[in-house]
Design a protein around this ligand. Structure first.
Ligand SMILES: NC(=O)c1ccc[n+]([C@@H]2O[C@H](COP(=O)([O-])OP(=O)(O)OC[C@H]3O[C@@H](n4cnc5c(N)ncnc54)[C@H](OP(=O)(O)O)[C@@H]3O)[C@@H](O)[C@H]2O)c1
Length: 299
């Protein structure tokens, strides 16, 4: 089988590419800068084909997926800039990719999304994710939507940053009062879930992929600090202040924090338990302790 992974050079996408290569598939890593990207694929002898295409440009989608048996959409947008909106990327472009895949006679389509995606949300980001999931299933009946909790692993924006900050800061600013519930999942487990859905499709429209334990955000920060031998004082910071900070710094090339991250931290981000997840895919998720160790080893 040949699999085209849109966003195949990203944080999650490159792990999906690696997993699929390890399983013996022919893989295309597709992104705007796929050939120039420094992404190294740690997958032994095989290498993916690198194909440059822009999901926003319909004419570049068809050649990028031609001849594939399955398509995975792991394209992200975390900050809106001008016409580049969450709606444009997560709804319109996702729909274009799904409809192009259907027209090309491709058998499988996996859409990566996030837990809590909700087409009626008042958050631009969460609403676009929810609408995108719906529209992909309309354009490509039989598509599987994989909604993930926040992902952790080497080079992530979540746990690596948290570890760096608890070591560095004497005073650690919490999101709100730190009571948000999170269920972080190892990025490799998400990639494994995608590879299993491609390999042995299960007839289900959606999966929620989350880690083995639900944490209150402040408990997670305390636990990581304890493991690293750090003793920061945890201080509540209102969400309005985070939003103001995100709004003021989002224009930077590598923003400290984005408004969609603040939106996500306002709500609990845990699996509903009402739909299929890692257990049904036969995957035992890695504990956060093991992910912390993995990140430390890579530092
Ligand atoms: N990271 C998390 O904790 C998390 C949690 C839940 C859900 N998710 C979801 O998982 C998916 C992947 O996220 P990620 O964190 O791996 O993102 P990422 O690291 O930012 O990677 C995004 C990938 O998409 C490509 N891309 C961006 N715009 C594109 C375009 N217009 N056309 C083609 N390719 C494009 C990028 O490469 P180029 O720049 O070269 O195009 C890159 O390969 C997203 O749907 C995200 O919302 C992530």
């Amino acid at each position: 089988m040949k699999i085209a992974v849109f966003g195949g050079t990203g944080f999650l996408g490159r792990r999906i590419v690696e997993r699929l290569l390890e399983k013996g598939f022919d893989v295309r890593a597709v992104s705007r800068h796929a050939r120039r990207a420094k992404t190294a694929f740690a997958s032994g002898a095989k290498a993916p084909e690198r194909v440059e295409a822009d999901i926003l440009d319909r004419s570049s989608i068809a050649p990028a997926i031609a001849g594939s048996d399955a398509v995975v959409n792991a394209v992200s947008l975390y900050v809106e800039r001008g016409g580049l909106t969450f709606e444009r990327v997560h709804v319109t472009a996702a729909a274009d990719l799904a409809s192009a895949a259907l027209q090309a006679g491709i058998g499988r389509f996996v859409q990566i999304s996030g837990i809590g995606a909700d087409a009626r949300s008042d958050s631009n980001y969460i609403r676009a994710r929810g609408r995108g999931d719906d529209v992909v299933r309309t354009m490509f009946p039989g598509a599987v939507v994989l909604r993930s909790a926040v992902m952790a692993g080497p080079d992530d924006a979540f746990l690596t940053t948290l570890m760096r900050l608890v070591r560095l800061l004497p005073v650690y600013p919490l999101f709100g009062n730190g009571a948000t519930l999170l269920q972080p999942v190892y990025v490799g487990d998400v990639a494994e879930a995608v590879s299993r859905l491609v390999d042995h499709p299960i007839d289900a429209p959606m999966f929620e992929i989350a880690g083995p334990r639900i944490w209150r955000y402040d408990e997670l920060v305390r636990e990581i600090a304890r493991r690293l031998g750090a003793h920061p004082m945890l201080v509540p910071v209102p969400f309005a202040a985070w939003n103001a900070l995100a709004g003021a710094t989002e224009f930077l090339p590598a923003p400290l924090i984005t408004r969609n991250q603040v939106d996500l931290m306002r709500r609990d981000n845990v699996a509903t338990g009402a739909i299929l997840g890692l257990a049904e895919l036969g995957i035992a998720p890695l504990d956060i302790e093991d992910v912390v160790r993995m990140i430390e080893e890579k530092q």
